[in-house]
Design a protein around this ligand. Structure first.
Ligand SMILES: [Zn+2]
Length: 574
């Protein structure tokens, strides 16, 4: 492609509201343009990258036996009501009505429709199956931002495994896990796999692929000794055991004006230090009130509360609601004597005694609290948010927290969709089983943005060769010099005849402008052709990653360029 014939609208300045580096560079480089919040057009350069990303994803899913389909994005709302996800997805679902007042939904994921299609399978002999599509998804994000990282309309590769039993599901899960590792490596990313919560999608084992980046919205916890890696929503850590001494009797004591764990600990360090007191939080999980109890110096991880209650939304109760439920204001709350309400106790409090907690009467607390003896506990569950620097529960190593972008998610879904949509098959003995499903997603445009977040410098994008819009850029210095232009054209034709994706910057522009644009759009290899090089028989090759320079003999430039590309691609895919 000739730059003079291409639409590459580079900009000197980034949009005023852009914060993420990928947002700034993709707009400035002429890859994308915003239509409205969370909705982007892919300009020619952006579409070239997008198609290369899709091609890598498609080839790897095909390689594990995936069969590509394409399903509607316009769904009857009734399907989402049947699966129960209509309520679960809440305001994230785009809803609309047709001319006959029929309720419709724009697809956010497609477990329901794939489950319906699977109802045509009848025998164990029809399984396993891997079905997938690469298609548009919609999500009514509350806060679309950061360019392609958080959008309302995007392309997703979603695949689904269909198996007769859990060992089949395990095998399909492992296949995807390995395929995802290959995909992210080929995309030039360093994304790692971490344990994750299944969230509103349901299911059991859940792994996210995370690209480290400060522009990300996920916190990841990793161990410095072993390969423990988990999303903060799921992460656990080891705690020092505490000695509570001999169990004492439960006793009320007056605590006028002491409304925080800290104030209580300072006033009564011997009986109500933060490690010896109970933090009592009141939440509504969907519409059910829940008491969540944690050690005084620990914080609640809300996703863990959602996982423990299987609720789709949780919010702290308002002060009036708390008064009505427990009869006291925040600061004097506790679980002693609470009946008829879900009481979830964090695992760190299991077996503890001689603790302090609010007495559900303003300005009064209990001491000598023995949780098992004095409370009606619904369940002991993991509710605590891990803190940076705590100990790994596998090997005692030190946990570190960092931010990242979720670029892929694989999880074991189970049988809920096949049961709801009648996808049953008969085993060899003739008895009927619901098909076990796994669900696997990769966001294409978010992947593009994550690549840029991970691969750029102060002057622009550094595309990995595998997804670069063009592999080689020929920058003609002095396009108005006929001998120079002719030499550049010969190289251009030579590279194209060898099948190399080549862009030639044939604009009549100052070299400084051309070099700046070249670095901004991030083509991996740039060959500079100028009058001096033509005279000496050498071209200058600049490798975008690191800006190393070397010389290419004019005579054999196309051939030697091609072998460099082959070598580089082999390293990526090997
Ligand atoms: Zn560890």
């Amino acid at each position: 492609m000739r730059w003079t014939e291409a639409h590459i609208p580079t900009l000197r300045d980034a949009p005023a509201d852009a914060e993420a580096i990928s947002h700034k560079l993709l707009v400035r480089g002429g890859f994308i343009r915003q239509l409205s919040a969370g909705s982007y057009s892919m300009l020619p350069l952006g579409q070239r990258v997008r198609l290369k990303v899709i091609d890598i994803v498609r080839k790897e899913i095909d390689a594990i036996g995936g069969q590509e389909m394409i399903l509607p994005t316009l769904h009857p709302a009734e399907i989402w009501e049947r699966s129960g996800r209509d309520g679960l997805m809440g305001e994230n679902l785009f809803r609309l009505q047709d001319r006959k007042d029929g309720d419709l939904v724009l697809g956010m994921t497609e477990e329901e429709i794939f489950g319906m299609l699977a109802s045509e399978l009848s025998s164990y002999r029809d399984l396993p199956q891997i079905w997938y599509q690469i298609h548009t998804k919609f999500r009514d994000e509350p806060r679309p931002k950061s360019g392609l990282l958080r959008v309302r309309e995007f392309t997703m590769k979603d695949s689904y495994t269909l198996d007769i039993d859990s060992s089949g599901l395990d095998a399909g899960f492992v296949k995807h896990h390995e395929a995802y590792k290959r995909i992210f490596k080929r995309l030039g990313m360093s994304a790692v796999d971490v344990q994750a919560s299944s969230g509103a999608m349901g299911g059991t084992e859940s792994i996210e692929f995370i690209q480290r980046s400060d522009a990300g919205e996920d916190w990841i916890v990793t161990c410095d000794k072993c390969d423990y890696r988990a999303n903060l929503e799921k992460a656990t850590s080891a705690l020092e055991p505490l000695d509570d001494g001999e169990p004492a009797d439960l006793e009320r004591f007056a605590t006028p004006g002491l409304r925080t764990i800290k104030a209580l600990a300072e006033a009564h360090p011997d009986i109500a230090g933060a490690e010896k007191s109970i933090k009592t939080l009141v939440y509504f999980a969907d519409d059910e009130p829940v008491l969540a109890l944690l050690r005084g110096d620990h914080d609640l991880q809300e996703q863990k509360l959602l996982d423990a209650t299987a609720a789709s939304e949780a919010r702290p109760a308002k002060v009036e609601e708390i008064r009505e439920l427990l009869g006291a204001d925040p600061g004097s709350l506790g679980g002693v004597g609470v009946e008829g309400m879900t009481v979830l106790v964090d695992l760190a409090l299991e077996g503890r005694h001689n603790l302090a907690t609010g007495a559900n009467e303003d300005d009064w607390h209990y001491k000598g609290v023995n949780i098992a003896r004095d409370m009606t506990v619904t369940a002991y569950v993991d509710l605590r948010e891990v803190k940076n620097g705590e100990s790994c529960s596998v090997d005692g190593g030190t946990l570190e927290m960092w931010k990242g972008i979720e670029v892929g998610h694989i999880f074991k879904l189970g049988t809920m969709y096949s049961e709801e949509f009648g996808a049953y098959v008969q085993d060899p003995d003739g008895s009927s089983h619901p098909i076990i499903m796994g669900s696997y997603g990769i966001g294409i445009e978010r992947g593009m943005a994550a690549i840029v977040e991970a691969s750029h410098d102060e002057n622009g994008i550094v595309w990995p060769l595998s997804v670069a819009p063009y592999e080689v850029l020929i920058t003609v210095v002095r396009s108005d010099d006929s001998e120079t232009l002719a030499a550049a054209e010969r190289l251009y034709d030579g590279l194209r005849s060898l099948g190399v994706d080549t862009l030639i910057d044939d604009r009549v522009e100052r070299p400084g402008v051309k070099f700046a644009d070249a670095e901004l759009i991030g083509i991996p290899f740039r060959v500079t052709v100028g009058p001096r090089g033509v005279e000496s028989g050498m071209f200058e090759l600049t490798v975008r990653d690191g800006m190393h320079k070397e010389e290419l003999a004019l005579e054999s430039a196309a051939i030697s360029m091609k072998s460099k590309l082959d070598e580089a691609l082999e390293i990526i895919s090997g």
